[in-house]
Write a protein that binds this ligand. Sequence first.
Ligand code: HEC
Length: 156
Amino acid sequence: MKNTVQTLKRIAVCVVVATIGVTATASPQVLAPEKAIRARQAAYFLMGMQMARINATVKGDVPFDKSTMQISVEALDLIGRMVTDNFPPGSDQGTTKAKPEVWKEAPRFKQLALESQSEAAKLKAAVHAGDMSTIKAAYGATSKSCKACHDTFKAQ
Ligand code: HEC
């Protein structure tokens, strides 16, 4: 009986330790590779759409409308910060244009992602401020930051 109680206590301790372990390392949910590919492609597709909308205004095809632009830059900023969670190991296989370098040169990939996020944050600030020449410059820098990553990490 004593042994049983001790065993139960040990199990309880193990469960607590395991639970704490899970909580301590709580990171974004890791998706199965095929789902991760869908998630990141959808995310980038939406980011591309926002950039196209902003570009139309920057080029003068569409008049500046602050509330529409704000939605685009909010989306760009938010999605840009979420998308990098969707490159789990194994998701280099399948219907993806992500090159193997994403995983082989992970620190560089991460760095370019952070740089792009920082440019998108500046673009967001520029839109909030509402000055068109600042928006243009920030749009150009953001666009360059997308291309910088695509040049190395995305197949054509
Ligand atoms: C850190 C690297 C990186 C940055 C920064 C980046 N991308 Fe990408 N992008 C990728 C990779 C990798 C793929 C391929 C994803 C796949 O097919 O699994 C991709 C795919 C895309 C696609 C194709 C999506 C589809 O329909 O499958 C678009 C559009 C796109 N990116 C737009 C952008 C825009 C706009 C930005 C900047 C605001 C940007 N990306 C920033 C790495 C990046």
